[in-house]
Design a protein around this ligand. Structure first.
Ligand SMILES: *[C@@H]1O[C@H](CO)[C@@H](O)[C@H](O)[C@H]1NC(C)=O
Ligand SMILES: *[C@@H]1O[C@H](CO)[C@@H](O)[C@H](O)[C@H]1NC(C)=O
Ligand SMILES: *[C@@H]1O[C@H](CO)[C@@H](O)[C@H](O)[C@H]1NC(C)=O
Length: 411
């Protein structure tokens, strides 16, 4: 026989769980899978540095009121995608399924890089051309309105999407699902310049499909190349993925980081300051953790690591690895620490990046420019695989929370 209070609690819990109204507008979750495709030496670091350079140029151009393509020419080789997270997204009715890169550093959604766009009764061509340049590629084509199905119950009837006629740098994926701030779409259409393109998240919120203009992302560290281990939640967070409360950090006002998911942060290795408080960004499209050159050099000497010629990454001896201290990311929302194990590349994947089995490579790399340029670090995948992240448009903030994998020794 249950005590009455416990029974009441149980009944209450049951009735809440069975309430269909809550289910209707609950956050909706989409599984995402990780893919690894590294083919040439130095690819990983160079890929990330190229992206960093492009993001900075794009942000700076935007802040100056110029369009990216006019203001900046990136004379860098177009690299293959290194580590990517991909979601299956349906377009049209009946829907054709496309594998799209999840990108917090851009905001246009488009298809057609590999699999051709299939027009159906829901497709409607607009009079606009569209064109976007990324650090690791570009695309141009025509803007359409079409029905986009992200998951069951997560359908957008008239999403503006790009349909590529040419694209560069996208192997093995069909396009991008852009989940960055909407301002990044400004001037990507022509002749409709001066306007933005509502993002998938904007439309879900506007249509009342989700009740908060916010995205939660869960990645898990993995020691295999391809893995279905991530999820993207629209309209809230998936509390089953968190072990702590979410620490929120206001979006930075510093340019050009403020064009993206930018925050202020300082970085410490043990008690050594690696980077004083400065602005940078949180970015799913960057594989490593990038720190401005002067800060990276401090990390390099504090750890004793040397640059490995084959991979471009820092390489540690086993005794240097044993001596690593926590790398702390100090923010207004709390301090988030990468354990020693979280500071190294998964050793099972050394060969995939041109490394040698048994070596120990670090995931902190050089941003390529000194601090003081308004975008002095990038918290990429290597960070996001250890913390749940929340991108909150409505309240202009980014949040992080610990997960069961924050201190896991999976590498
Ligand atoms: C991996 O990269 C190679 C080299 O660029 C490319 O040819 C291949 O299509 C890519 N594979 C996948 C699955 O992305
Ligand atoms: C971030 O740092 C800049 C530069 O120090 C400062 O002006 C700003 O107030 C800080 N906070 C936010 C939320 O941008
Ligand atoms: C790495 O490359 C540099 C420049 O090519 C060379 O000077 C150095 O000796 C190389 N280091 C190793 C360990 O091979």
């Amino acid at each position: 026989m249950f005590p009455t209070t416990l029974l009441t609690t149980l009944l209450l819990a049951l009735s809440v769980a069975a309430n269909p109204v809550l289910v209707d507008r609950s956050p909706v979750t989409l599984p995402i899978s990780r893919r690894l495709n590294l083919t040439s030496v130095h690819n990983l670091v160079r890929h990330d540095q190229t992206r960093a350079k492009a993001l900075k140029a794009r942000g700076a151009a935007k802040a100056a009121g110029a369009s990216f393509s006019e203001a900046a020419v990136i004379n860098e080789p177009v690299d293959n995608q290194a580590v990517t997270y991909v979601a299956s997204v349906g377009v049209g009715s009946p829907a054709t399924t496309y594998s799209l890169l999840i990108d917090t550093g851009s905001s246009n959604t488009w298809v057609g890089a590999t699999k051709a766009y299939v027009k159906t009764s829901t497709s409607s061509q607009t009079s606009n051309k569209v064109s976007v340049t990324y650090g690791s590629g570009s695309f141009s084509g025509t803007e359409f309105l079409d029905q986009v199905t992200l998951a069951s119950g997560l359908v957008i009837p008239k999403q503006s999407i790009g349909v590529a006629s040419t694209s560069q740098g996208f192997q093995g994926v069909d396009g991008i699902l852009g989940i960055g701030p909407v301002d990044l779409t400004l001037d990507t259409l022509s002749p409709a310049t001066g306007s933005t393109v509502p993002t998938v998240t904007d439309n879900l919120f506007k249509n009342g499909v989700i009740s908060a203009n916010e995205i939660g992302i869960s990645f898990e560290p993995s020691i295999t190349g391809d893995d279905l281990n991530g999820e993207l939640t629209w309209g809230g967070t998936d509390s089953s993925k968190l072990t702590g409360s979410i620490g929120f950090i206001p979006l930075t006002t510093t340019s050009p980081a403020n064009e993206f998911w930018g925050i202020n942060q300082s970085i410490k290795f043990g008690s050594t300051t690696i980077l004083s408080t400065t602005a940078g960004i949180v970015d799913t499209g960057t594989t490593l953790v990038l720190i401005a050159t002067n800060g990276f050099n401090k990390y390099k000497s504090a750890t004793g690591g040397v640059i490995d010629n084959n991979t471009g990454l820092l390489r540690f001896t086993s005794s240097q690895f044993s001596a690593l201290q926590n790398l702390q990311f100090v923010t207004a929302g709390g301090t988030f620490s990468l354990t020693p194990n979280a500071q190294i590349w998964p050793r099972a994947l050394n060969a995939d990046i041109g490394g040698v089995a048994g070596n120990i490579y670090g995931i902190v790399a050089d941003l390529g420019t000194n601090s003081g340029e308004g975008l002095d670090f990038i918290n990429g995948f290597a960070f996001l695989e250890r913390f749940y992240s929340v991108f909150d448009t409505a309240n202009k903030r980014v949040g992080f929370a610990t997960t069961p994998f924050t201190t896991a020794t999976s590498n």
